[in-house]
Design a protein around this ligand. Sequence first.
Ligand code: FPP
Length: 244
Amino acid sequence: MRLFSKKRQQPQRVLPRHIGIIMDGNGRWAQKRGLPRSAGHTAGAANFKTITRYCSAIGIEYLTVYAFSTENWKRPKDEVGALIVLFKQYLEEALRDFLDDDIKVRFIGDTTAFPEELQTLIAETVEVSKNRTGMVLNLAMNYGGRAEIVGAVRQISQDTKDGKLAPEEITEETISAALSTAGQPDPDLIIRPSGEHRISNFLLWQSAYSEYVIMDILWPDFKPRDLEAAIDEYSHRKRRFGGV
Ligand code: FPP
């Protein structure tokens, strides 16, 4: 069903509550310009700030961005190092300049694998922003959907072993509550720029009924108007959640 406003017969914009973004294409963006891949990540990080602010400004309640996957450790050491520097710079800037912000920053993934200095910044950012009431920003760092599900299974098995939970009491809700996004709505819309048609281990459980929008734009070039185009596309989709 398309939603049309009575006045102008224009499709009505349906705002997703939770958007996920796979920030892909930094490397190709740099290659096209004859630059090192790290330059693509620098441009990608700048764009991440622009899009995050835009999402918050238009009233998105939850934004989850894929910044570093459990598989990204396989990349050359200097590229991983450059990404870690960018994460540090962003968090230092957030702690210094964005203190009046309303964005609540959370991290999903195993951040204990990162250098201690970055872990400290992560903890400080979570602490400083924990009582904010605006958009929740989930930064997926050293995140993998499969690893997250393994963690949930381990926790639930332990609870069962300890007699806190009977096997027949395990439900979809039990599993959702054991994930790093516990208490948050599942993503309504997942955007993948750069034209790749892959899930890449992103929010595997949570995306069961998400609408995917794949766009042929490299992440550093992805503008607020492209986000609006994705929201527009989402607005036209008929979500059936397995029904008719
Ligand atoms: C995928 O593009 C992108 C990444 C693995 C890193 C994403 C990280 C950022 C955008 C920086 C985020 C910064 C902060 C501060 C959160 P790719 O390198 O795989 O691109 P390619 O497919 O063109 O090679």
